[in-house]
Every structure is written in C-alpha cells, then in structure tokens.
Design a protein around this ligand. Structure first.
Ligand SMILES: C[S@@+](CC[C@H](N)C(=O)[O-])C[C@H]1O[C@@H](n2cnc3c(N)ncnc32)[C@H](O)[C@@H]1O
Length: 324
C-alpha cells in the first residue's frame, strides 16, 4: 500500500518497532482533518498503524514519534515529573515572559542569551533547537529571522510547544526525538542550539549527531556542566546529589577533552564562556579562558568541512562528587 506525506527512511527509530507494511495503512482525510495535521507534514492522508492488539490511528508524525520513543525509559521522567516541576516554577515566576524563571539566581534568562546571540550571531537560514521544551527561546530566534525546528525527547513538552507555536510562520517543525538520534538528513541546518540540555544527554552520541546535521560553516551553541567544580561550591554539589535522587539524567563533561576533540576535527571555537560557580551563568559572570575548576560552560563553534564520531567525553558523576 502506498504511503504518503513522509519519508520513512529519514526516521531511523522506526526500524526498532516490530511493525510490517501489513500493519500500515493510509486513509484519506476530509479537509478540516487535514488542516489540523502538523505543520510541515502537508498531506491529505492519515497513517494508520496496528501493532498487535494496540490499534492506533494518528498523524504520521504522531505515529513515528510514538514508535521512536516508546522504548526510551528517559522519556517518562521528562514527560511527567519534570514537566510538572518546570510548570510550577514558571507559575511561581508569573506568566507573560519567555524567561523560564524570572529572577531565579540559578536560571539564565533571555537577557543572558540575547547578549550571547548578539555577540556571536547566527548563520542566516534554519536553526534546530535540541531540547526546546515548550519553546521559551523561540522568540529570540524569531527576532533574528531564523526558521526554527524544535526537538525534544518529551511528547509533553512538544505538545506544549505546539499549543503556542504550531501556527507561527517561523516554525518549520516540532519533533519528538532524542538528541542522540536526530531524524534529519546530513547538513540540513545552518545553526543548532542545545541550551541547558547537553548535560542530560549521552554527550558523545548527541554531539556526533549535532555535527552531522549542521552544514559546514554552520553555528553550534552548546552549554553543559564541567566534570570538576570547586569542592566548596555547596550549591553545585547539592544540585548534583539532588538530581541523582530524582533520577534526573546527568552527565558531566571533560570540557578540555571536548575542546580538543572539536579542534582535532577542524571545528572553529568562536566563543567560550566558563562559569566558575553555580549561579554565575544566570548573572553572566564568566571568564573567557578555560581555567579549572569551573561549573558550567557555554561554547560556540563553527562546523568544519568534515566531522567524525565524538569519543566519550562525559561521566555520570563529577570528579568533585567522587572526591567527596
Ligand atoms: C532544562 S530543560 C531546558 C529547555 C530549554 N532548552 C530551555 O532552556 O528552556 C531540558 C529539556 O531537554 C529535554 N531533554 C532531556 N534529555 C533530552 C534528550 N536526550 N534529547 C532531547 N531532549 C532532551 C527535556 O525534555 C527538557 O525539555
């Protein structure tokens, strides 16, 4: 049976699901139904998938998202507990701003990112934000005339992003997928931003994917946590211990190794900011040469002509924690 409106080959995760073409059907939609389908998936057809006794009928995008993430235990955390936590913090801060938590000494707001984006800029064209949540950063990209694709491992987060952003002209797609397996062709973006997310990912896999989907000369913005911070940074240590108790996925980067890997592969370091203690990022109190120990980093790269697989550069415990 013919399949319409999407390219299965670009969705690698589908191979994981035990479905066959016999399980897949296509039904023609009436116009209003078709109109409600996701932006970027223009189609008058709906994909119908039957998996064993679980028969489902959904848009191609929704089916693929379900198949891609159903075996990933991390999504339960990001769909449930974390969404509630993030929502309650936003509610505390008051609505009407794209800042996550206005005035929170540990959360960097729009002003910090505006400064960084103004200083290092973007390539004109398309931007992929990995771990976009509900799109609090989208107004900043939109103000810079970028075409935005938002991606997040959490269906709940992307659902919230769709509510606010689906109809906006700047949005090219809102996709549920893990950072470690991006459902996009090679070199398909001019820019990529991964802000306050890399520390939750398997960093070697995620960075390899980032380099694959950004074109040579494209910009990459990444933030993360360093694997050695000050032993007397009690807030940082409490955050690491607290995250572990909540089963919050947490990876600490060997930042020196990350910089060496990127340099060896021929990617140019365009900007570097190191935040010595927890809270310094929110205040944009940074140093611009790496000096150990420090807690967080923000790095801006220009992708080189080619890329290779990134080796392991992170660990689930910081050295500071291990030395306690
Ligand atoms: C701390 S929030 C940051 C959200 C957004 N970047 C911001 O600054 O407002 C982390 C986000 O990353 C997402 N996330 C966590 N692990 C991920 C992964 N492996 N792949 C894609 N998204 C992930 C979570 O669902 C969550 O929305």
């Amino acid at each position: 049976m013919a399949r319409q409106g999407f390219n299965q080959a670009s969705y690698k995760g589908c191979a994981k699901a035990a479905i066959t073409t016999a399980d897949i059907g296509v039904k023609r939609l009436s116009s209003p139904e078709a109109m409600r389908m996701q932006a970027g998936q223009p189609s008058n057809f709906q994909l119908v998938v039957n998996v064993g006794d679980r028969a489902s009928s959904a848009s191609p995008q929704a089916c693929l998202e379900q198949l891609m993430t159903q075996d990933d235990p991390r999504k339960d955390y990001w769909n449930g507990q974390y969404l509630e936590y993030w929502r309650s913090r936003v509610a505390e801060a008051g609505a009407g701003t794209s800042d996550v938590v206005a005035g929170d000494p540990n959360t960097e707001g729009d002003e910090v990112y505006n400064r960084v984006f103004d200083r290092y800029g973007f390539e004109p064209g398309r931007l992929l934000e990995v771990g976009c949540a509900w799109g609090r950063m989208f107004p900043l990209y939109k103000a810079r005339n970028l075409k935005i694709t938002g991606l997040d491992i959490s269906e709940a987060m992307i659902g919230a992003a769709r509510e606010s952003w689906e109809a906006d002209d700047s949005i090219e797609g809102l996709v549920v997928s893990p950072a470690e397996e991006l459902p996009f062709p090679d070199e398909s973006f001019d820019n990529l931003a991964c802000l306050a997310v890399l520390d939750a990912t398997r960093q070697d896999e995620a960075l390899t994917e980032f380099l694959r989907v950004v074109r040579p000369g494209g910009r990459l913005y990444v933030t993360g946590k360093n694997d050695l911070y000050h032993a007397d940074d009690t807030e940082a240590l409490a955050a690491e211990i607290g995250a572990r108790k909540k089963n919050h996925p947490n990876f600490f980067t060997d930042t020196k190794e990350l910089l060496e890997v990127m340099s060896r592969q021929g990617h140019t370091l365009v900007g570097q900011h190191y935040f010595e203690r927890r809270g310094d990022f929110a205040a944009f109190h940074s140093i611009e040469t790496p000096r150990l120990p420090f807690y967080e980093y923000l790095l801006v790269f220009e992708r080189g002509e080619s890329y290779a697989r990134v080796p392991k550069i992170s660990a689930t415990h910081s050295k500071t924690f291990q030395n306690q």
